[in-house]
Design a protein around this ligand. Structure first.
Ligand code: ATP
Ligand code: MG
Length: 499
């Protein structure tokens, strides 16, 4: 066996009230994809941030190519050939792709004069983007790109440092299928070049497809490191959650009753939704399937009043409602968990309690005061139900792990006690154990009479937790399947109907 390229030994790191890493050791070989898995809050991102010089570990040693290193900052790590694509996007949104690529290291004019050579940076941006097969313009403003494209720019930036070791922290959670395929190609090319790759993801199929070895963490400790060949989904899950998870989806056995919501001929002005019709029963969980860009998200956002409608009617309990904007939609009992929670859901400097209860404050109002006790109690309830990992409800949300932040946003909407709940990719970035908790909660809400529409790219999930599935294709509803009769093939066939 060859000498490891990167070795981390006995890494320890604590935050106030949390031992995030407890003597974790990890080694990465040249040309290997090493997957890092574990429940939300297990310590994956923290371990990688200790490597990358974002955090200073309390203990432990790091060796790169046999030499001991300790990076003082991400810049320092990059200079030594370690790059990282973070779980959260941090980009200068008003600047161009090219600026984001070269920020802090612009090509200088000849002679090293402190003058930025803009032409040269644009040329090099083109070169990098082309070499990776990315169809994005270097002049484009970051804020004009889709979240997936923005993520690809981050990936391109990291790769452009020609690193010896590269860390991808949940890179595909905002990528389309095509973009994810492109990333796998990029990873294969990095392997060729004998780069060491650390890959963090909650998606089992990706892990089994691209990794060579898998390390599983739990509660800040390393549980196991095994070759991919010896692993199955079930075994990984058992290592992650520390118990057998006998079923992945709860049985959805309460049938819907009468019609709660009816949508007729809904079209949008600008987002390409065309003539959508649907009904949703009281207590029904309706799945929306379709390819990226097929109009799934557009349908939800039109229902919630986020996009301008050019035609259509919405009837709630037989009465016409308008939902011209989110405020009105919320008054009508709608709640909407958007796909881009990291971007538009989190108030990072506020506490867990504030983030959880911000949309349901009126329930905690007594005369003209807001009951803090009530807010805390509601938050603590949610923390238990969804297993949100945090030292207390007072904690700032930004100190939570990525997946736990997502659970908070979900909790926020659940607390509004919606009549119609719109969920866009509700379990993205959530670990398998916690996914099950979310399914149980969806099921409970439905059995209490809430109507739920779930958009998901994971077909097994749709087939696992819905009553009925609507398939979209090119902005239109292509067909409908009772879940009991749905198969992945049937869904795929319908989703290409209008292409
Ligand atoms: N800056 C911070 N301040 C305080 N606590 C933190 C901070 N960063 C992480 N933690 C805590 O450390 C623990 C590990 O978090 P980490 O982000 O490493 O988890 P993770 O494995 O990446 O989870 P996820 O899958 O949700 O991204 C969590 O309990 C988290 O709340
Ligand atoms: Mg993380």
């Amino acid at each position: 066996m060859s000498e490891p390229l990167l070795e981390m030994v006995g890494m320890t790191k604590s935050f106030p009230g949390v031992l995030a890493l407890d003597e974790v050791s990890l080694d990465i070989r040249a040309g290997e994809v090493h997957a890092l898995m574990g429940e939300n809050g297990a310590g994956k991102s923290t371990l990688m941030k200790c490597l990358f010089g974002v955090y200073r570990p309390d203990g432990g040693r790091i060796f790169l190519g046999g030499e001991e290193v300790s990076f003082r900052s991400p810049r320092d790590a990059l200079d030594h050939g370690v790059a990282m694509v973070h779980q959260e996007l941090e980009q200068a949104k008003d600047m161009s792709v090219s600026d984001n690529m070269w920020l802090g290291r612009y090509p200088r004019l000849i002679g090293g004069l402190p003058v930025v050579n803009e032409r040269e940076s644009h040329r090099r941006t083109r070169e990098v983007l082309d070499s990776l097969g990315l169809n994005i313009r270097g002049e484009a403003k970051i804020s004009d790109l889709s979240v997936g494209q923005r993520q690809m720019v981050e990936i391109a930036r990291a790769v452009s440092f020609s690193p010896r070791v590269i860390v991808f922290d949940e890179p595909t959670s905002s990528l389309s299928d095509n973009e994810a395929e492109l990333l796998f190609k990029i990873i294969a090319a990095l392997k060729e070049k004998m780069c060491g790759i650390i890959y963090i993801s909650h998606k089992m199929n990706e892990i089994l497809r691209i990794s060579d070895r898998v390390t599983v963490m739990r509660d800040g400790r390393r549980i196991a490191t095994e070759d991919k060949e010896s692993l199955t989904t079930d075994r990984i899950i058992r290592l992650m959650v520390g118990r057998e998870l006998t079923e992945r989806y709860p049985k959805i056995d309460t049938p819907p009753t009468d019609t709660l919501l009816e949508v007729r001929n809904l079209s949008t002005e600008y987002t390409g939704l065309s003539d959508a019709n649907l009904t949703l029963g009281r207590g029904e969980i309706l799945g929306i399937a379709g390819l990226e860009g097929s109009g799934r998200t557009e349908l939800l956002s039109a229902l919630f009043g986020l996009s301008e409608r050019s035609s259509g009617e919405i009837l709630l309990d037989g009465e016409r409602i308008d939902n011209r904007n989110p405020t009105e939609a919320m008054k009508n009992g709608f709640a909407y968990l958007t796909e881009e929670r990291r971007v538009d859901g989190i108030f990072s400097i506020l506490s867990l309690t504030e983030n959880t209860t911000i949309s349901s404050l009126k329930r905690h109002r007594r005369l003209c005061f807001i009951s803090e006790k009530g807010q805390t109690r509601a938050t603590e309830d949610m923390m238990r139900t969804l297993r949100i990992k945090a030292p207390s409800a007072k904690e700032k949300i930004r100190s939570l792990s990525g997946g736990n932040q997502q659970k908070v946003i979900l909790a926020r909407w659940l607390l509004t006690e919606p009549r119609v709940l719109l969920l866009d990719e509700p379990t993205r970035g959530i670990d398998v154990g916690a996914k099950y908790d979310i399914y149980l909660l969806i099921k409970r809400l439905a059995s209490e009479g809430c109507g739920i529409i779930v958009v998901s790219s994971e077909m097994p999930e749709l087939i696992g937790i819905t009553h009925r599935i609507l398939v979209m294709s090119a902005g239109r509803v292509a067909g409908e399947l009772p879940t009991a009769e749905a198969t992945q093939e049937k869904i795929m066939t319908l989703s290409t109907k209008y292409l």
